[in-house]
Design a protein around this ligand. Structure first.
Ligand SMILES: *Cc1c(COP(=O)(O)O)cnc(C)c1O
Length: 362
């Protein structure tokens, strides 16, 4: 029986129970359920939190990536470079535009997209790079920015796992041209349904995104260009406003757990994460590498501890998205990755149990 789950979004909701119920009740009695006060207020509050000019709420992180790609003008036959070590959503969003997905390899120490591999993959058709801050770890943004500027291509940040994380004291999502967030319930800033947003300092990208999320409509509901329907509803926005006030607290709790794991797991067969210098990690996931990952997962589960795989397969080896290419670091890491329980309310006694059990693994 599992008694320590991998993630537990309910514990955050429960901690904020009264405020969340009040916020939802206010929406119910307001009579406005789509794109009204709560969404506008959340957009303003999140842009202030991030220190960014503009935020546009939408229906999911996948949609945020799709909107961002459309905002920078990605068309069929353009090429977009992404890591294969990511959620399928990163790739799905590129596919939705009709552009060609080009996979780059990742950095061995940080698991984030490798700038050298990106540069190797650039062609005359390359229009954008998506930097995925995987597990909450910042990509090497200086190097990526330099490459993108040199080749005059856009840099999109996939911040689905990195809400509140930083690189050189800047919030992730505000460094590239557009940042994309997911508010899926288990994410660092999660809601009670689907949600997402794009973040930018570029007025043109902002205005496009705001229209594109609703059929290309302007303020007068005149459609200026074809769009989609991807809105952040009022209940999700109201919950997000409550949860945003606790994002820094929750991220610091995650960092305390990560510190405990890093300080106290001393099993030499496990490789622990390394945090990039001059960055703040959001520890969406705490991933260790084990040469015998299946055995480790079975062992943890037989001790009541749920373990996860992020990811089970690299995207380039996944059914509908597969490509016959060689990405040696990606392959090595996916074969070894095991995610340990990580959420703000993981108790100290539970952490100690996990650490003790891991230290006895052989
Ligand atoms: C969760 C996630 C997404 C997709 O977000 P949804 O809200 O589920 O569409 C995209 N990229 C990464 C890296 C993710 O972890």
């Amino acid at each position: 029986m599992i008694n320590i789950p991998l993630t537990q979004p309910y514990s955050e909701i429960n901690f904020l129970n009264k405020e969340i119920k009040k916020a939802i009740a206010k929406v119910l009695s307001s009579g406005s359920y789509i794109l009204s006060n709560e969404c506008s207020l959340f957009e303003a509050e999140f842009s202030k939190y991030l220190n960014a000019e503009y935020v546009v709420g939408c229906n999911s992180g996948t949609d945020a990536l799709f909107i961002a790609l459309k905002a920078i003008g990605i068309k069929e036959n353009d090429e977009v470079i992404i890591p294969s070590h990511s959620a399928l959503a990163t790739c799905a969003a590129v596919k939705m535009t009709g552009a060609k997905v080009i996979f780059a390899d990742i950095e061995k120490d940080f698991y984030t997209i490798n700038p050298k591999s990106v540069e190797d993959k650039i062609s005359k058709n390359t229009k954008a790079v998506i930097a995925v801050h995987i597990y909450g770890q910042s990509c090497n943004m200086d190097a990526l920015q330099k490459i993108c500027r040199k080749h005059k291509i856009n840099l999109i940040e996939d911040c689905a796992q990195s809400a509140g994380a930083e690189y050189r004291s800047k919030k992730l999502g505000t460094i590239g041209d557009i940042g994309c967030f997911s508010f899926f319930p288990t994410k660092n800033l999660g809601t009670v349904g689907d949600g997402g947003c794009v973040v930018t300092n570029n007025k043109k990208f902002f205005e496009f995104s705001k229209k594109f999320r609703q059929y290309g409509w302007d303020e007068n509901r005149d459609s200026k260009f074809p769009g989609i329907n991807s809105r952040l509803d009022e209940i999700q926005a109201a919950v997000l406003r409550v949860k945003l006030r606790k994002l820094d607290l929750f991220n610091s709790l995650r960092n305390e757990i990560a510190k405990n794991y890093i300080d106290l797991i001393d099993n030499p067969s496990l490789q622990l994460p390394i945090v990039r210098q001059e960055s703040f990690h959001s520890f969406h996931l705490f991933v260790v590498l084990a040469s015998n990952r299946d055995k480790l997962i079975g062992y943890l589960e037989s001790n009541g501890i749920q373990a996860g795989l992020h990811y089970k397969k690299p995207i380039h080896e996944t059914g509908g998205y597969s490509q016959d290419i060689s990405l040696p670091v990606t392959l090595d890491i996916y074969k070894k990755n095991v995610s340990l329980p990580m959420y703000p309310f993981l108790k100290e006694s539970q952490q100690n149990k996990i650490i003790k059990i891991l230290n006895n693994f052989n």
